[in-house]
Design a protein around this ligand. Structure first.
Ligand SMILES: CC(C)(COP(=O)(O)OP(=O)(O)OC[C@H]1O[C@@H](n2cnc3c(N)ncnc32)[C@H](O)[C@@H]1OP(=O)(O)O)[C@@H](O)C(=O)NCCC(=O)NCCS
Length: 166
């Protein structure tokens, strides 16, 4: 069947309004990521989208424009300005929506978003053990550019991946 077994699910992306919805985004982030969730404050600065499946909030995704992920390399733990690079800071689905092929559709939308907005490169990162996310990224053409040990509090490495757009 073209499009896969999940093709019947409608998938929409709604721009989150900040500061009004920042607390809601953070709550969802905690529900999805637990200890890995970002500080509530960060959600004020991200360009976030509610991932809506069949009319219900199923997760969220967040970008930063013109930024290179460098938190893992720099002593000050900051990212760096990098014109033309879109950093995908977060992609998360609630457990009930995981494992049904939505992740790939979300990634395709993120790539399309980057193209439409004139970016020539996308950067993202995740835990080394996150086989689902890494597999989706690879299928969409991303390649790992480095793996930084000890990035997470429990000592796990973060894998940084990039996609250069033609
Ligand atoms: C990561 C996430 C967005 C992926 O979306 P998803 O819809 O659950 O992804 P899927 O279950 O369709 O899996 C994607 C692919 O990974 C593959 N996969 C699943 N488990 C795997 C494993 N253990 N090893 C290798 N590949 C695996 C699947 O086979 C699938 O590929 P296919 O469609 O070609 O078969 C989602 O699971 C999620 O939000 N998880 C929690 C938060 C998170 O980890 N976010 C990313 C970190 S920033």
């Amino acid at each position: 069947m073209a499009g896969g077994y999940n093709s019947g699910m409608t998938l929409e992306f709604r721009r989150a309004v900040v500061p009004e919805e920042a607390a809601e985004l953070w709550k969802l982030d905690v529900e999805i990521f637990g200890d890995d969730a970002f500080d509530e404050e960060l959600w004020l600065s991200l360009e976030s989208y509610w991932i809506v499946v069949d009319g219900r909030v199923a997760g969220c995704a967040a970008f930063i424009h013109d930024v290179e992920f460098q938190e893992d390399l720099r002593a000050d733990g900051e990212n760096a300005a990098q014109r033309g690079t879109l950093y995908i800071q977060s992609t998360g689905l609630l457990r009930a929506y995981q494992g049904q092929g939505l992740g790939k559709r979300i990634k395709e939308w993120q790539i399309e978003y980057a193209r439409r907005n004139g970016f020539h490169r996308i950067v993202t990162n995740c835990r080394e053990s996150n086989a689902r996310m890494i597999s989706i990224n690879e299928k969409c053409g991303f390649r790992a550019i480095r793996s930084t040990p000890g990035y997470y509090e429990d000592g796990e490495a973060t894998v940084v991946m990039e996609l250069v757009l033609p």
